[in-house]
Each structure stands twice: as structure tokens, then as C-alpha cells.
Design a binder for this molecule. Structure first.
Ligand SMILES: [Zn+2]
Ligand SMILES: [Zn+2]
Length: 262
């Protein structure tokens, strides 16, 4: 059995638990150690069952609680070389935990295999992750300004994909952000729009992905119901139907109401 849970997911903080029934890993730690541990405990996941933390990139909404959490759990942190240098520059590696550069072939944590794939984002060396567990695979792809073949290949066949659906185009363009920030978000090294996300879930459905969780929604430029209907509408236009052909949900800003099992 695979367990999946977002502990937090938005432009303000991101962390995901993926594991078996006995242990697992975290992808990112973008909330306080206290809040992340509380979210795990409330879902009946013992924080000591977390065996490693994998980091997508050094932006604060992904690493806010990393130093304290990794020190407290005494688990290794894995990231690309560029992300490790970014974390080092922020003083985040200065804790009582070990850290290692992610190898191209990935890393084994017990019988879970975790491999990275490049994302297109304005960080030093951002990546997403594919987590291969004994019964299923999970893909995590957030913080990318565009979807590449490498990303699609990595997510192909995953039992569940967490995909960024960051902003609604009209809300962004008519919103309060300054023009430079709007341009950064829309760029190829920014974030995925609801429309980009909708197109991607359709591609992934054709590649046998059946469970979609939309995440990393902007708190300023998106709403859960808009992100949902954008992806759901695109899937329906393909002739697919929710529950029959796929499941689709939007990750809450705070902890999911318990973990998903599949
Ligand atoms: Zn970022
Ligand atoms: Zn982010």
C-alpha cells in the first residue's frame, strides 16, 4: 500500500509525504518543524517513520522548516548540487544532519527508489521527483515554468501525480502584482498556469496516470475551484470521466485530511 499526503501546498509552503505502510520520505519542508510534525501525527503517521528529506529547490516555501526538521528527525537530506549550494548559502545546511548530492541514478531508501528530473525554474538547479515504491509510483512536479519531455517521461505511468496549477491567467494579469513579477511568474522559468496544467493532465492520462492532485496554487492569483474546473474540463473534453477514468483533487493549503492510500 502506498501512502500519499500533502502536509502543506501553496505558494506559501510545500511539503509532501510519500511512503509505504511502515515508512516514507518527505519531499520539501516548507513549513515549521512543529507544523510539519503535527500534520504527520494528525494523520497517524509517526514522524520517526520519515527516513529522508528530498528538496526540490532552495526557495523558502520549500525549505522553511528543513534545518530544524532534519536535525530533529536526524535524517539525511538529498538535493541536486546546485540546490545544496543554494541551501548552504542560506545557512540551512548548518544543522545536525547529513546531506548528499542526488545522484543521476537516484537513491534507495529501503525499498523506495527516488529519482530526480529537471524542472524549469528560477532557482539554482531545481528538480521534481519520481518515487517508485513496491506497489506504485508517485510523481511530484511543482515550480516549473514549462513542461518538458523529461518531465512527461518521468511522470509517465505514475499511480499518482502531484502537479503544479499555480495561477489563473486572468487573475494574474488583472491582479495587484507589479509587471516584473507577473512576467517572472509567466516565464519559462516561473510557474505553471491552470491552462498549462490542464494540458499536462490530458497528456498524462494518455500515459496511464489516473490520479491527479493539483498543488502549489498561488494564494493571490488562483482559487481551488478554478484550478479544478480547468483540469477537469480538459479531461472531460477528452471524453474521460471523473471516478470512472481518473480521480482529480486540489491539495489544500494546509494538511490534507489524512493520507491517500492506493
Ligand atoms: Zn520556487
Ligand atoms: Zn514554490
Amino acid at each position: 500500500m502506498t501512502r500519499f499526503m500533502t502536509l502543506c501546498s501553496s505558494s506559501g509552503g510545500n511539503s509532501v509525504y510519500v511512503g509505504t505502510s511502515s515508512y516514507g520520505v518527505l519531499i520539501d519542508a516548507g513549513n515549521s518543524c512543529k507544523q510539519l510534525k503535527l500534520a504527520l501525527k494528525n494523520a497517524d503517521i509517526d514522524p520517526s517513520s520519515v527516513k529522508a528529506i528530498f528538496v526540490t529547490h532552495e526557495h523558502s516555501d520549500h525549505v522553511k522548516g528543513l534545518r530544524v526538521l532534519a536535525s530533529s528527525l536526524k535524517v539525511p537530506v538529498y538535493a541536486t548540487g546546485g540546490t545544496l549550494s543554494g541551501l548552504n548559502g542560506l545557512g540551512i545546511l548548518d544543522g545536525s544532519f547529513s546531506y548528499q548530492k542526488l545522484l543521476p541514478g537516484g537513491v534507495d531508501v529501503g525499498d523506495i527508489h527516488i529519482s530526480g528530473f529537471r524542472t524549469s525554474h528560477d532557482a539554482k538547479e531545481s528538480c521534481g521527483y519520481r518515487i517508485d515504491l513496491p506497489g506504485a509510483s508517485v510523481g511530484i512536479a511543482t515550480d516549473t515554468g514549462k513542461i518538458t519531455d523529461e518531465i512527461i517521461n518521468a511522470l509517465s505511468g505514475c499511480g499518482l501525480v502531484l502537479l503544479e496549477s499555480n495561477y489563473d491567467y486572468d487573475m494574474l494579469m488583472t491582479g495587484i502584482y507589479p509587471p516584473q513579477l507577473k512576467a517572472r511568474i509567466r516565464s519559462d522559468i516561473g510557474h505553471l498556469s491552470n491552462d498549462d496544467c490542464a494540458e499536462t493532465v490530458c497528456s498524462l492520462l494518455d500515459l496511464n496516470v489516473r490520479r491527479f492532485v493539483l498543488g502549489h496554487l498561488s494564494r493571490e492569483n488562483n482559487r481551488p475551484e478554478i484550478a479544478f474546473s480547468s483540469a477537469n474540463g480538459a479531461l472531460r473534453r477528452m471524453g474521460a470521466r471523473q471516478d470512472r477514468d481518473y480521480s482529480l483533487s486540489v491539495a489544500p493549503v494546509g494538511p490534507m485530511d489524512g493520507y491517500m492510500v492506493f
